[in-house]
Design a protein around this ligand. Structure first.
Ligand SMILES: [Zn+2]
Length: 99
């Protein structure tokens, strides 16, 4: 094997024992999300968050827009927010938590 190359066995070992645990770390996930770092497939992994301090939601990054993304809000939670006095705070109050 040429100098500078890695055999499949070693490459697989690092993928499982180093890369995977590193990428699955909750703090790193948030950093990756904030920076919009894409995977090989061109996706930024979503993160879990709490909206209005109590509703579990999922945040998705739009890689084509530095500041945009979307929030998956469960239907029942959306109804609660829509009917509350706090709706103007709803999307502002999203706070990412450690997954
Ligand atoms: Zn090797």
């Amino acid at each position: 094997m040429d100098k500078g190359l890695v055999c499949d066995k070693c490459n697989n070992y690092f993928a499982r024992k180093v890369e995977k645990p590193f990428l699955e770390d909750s703090t790193l996930k948030l950093l990756r999300f904030a920076e919009g770092l894409e995977s090989k497939k061109g996706k930024v992994p979503p993160v879990s968050a709490v909206m209005n301090g109590k509703h579990a939601v999922t945040l998705w990054k739009d890689i084509n827009d530095k500041f945009a993304g979307h929030v998956d809000v469960p239907v029942e939670v959306f109804k609660t927010i829509k009917n509350s006095n706090h709706k103007r705070y709803a999307l502002r109050a999203i706070r990412a938590i450690r997954a």
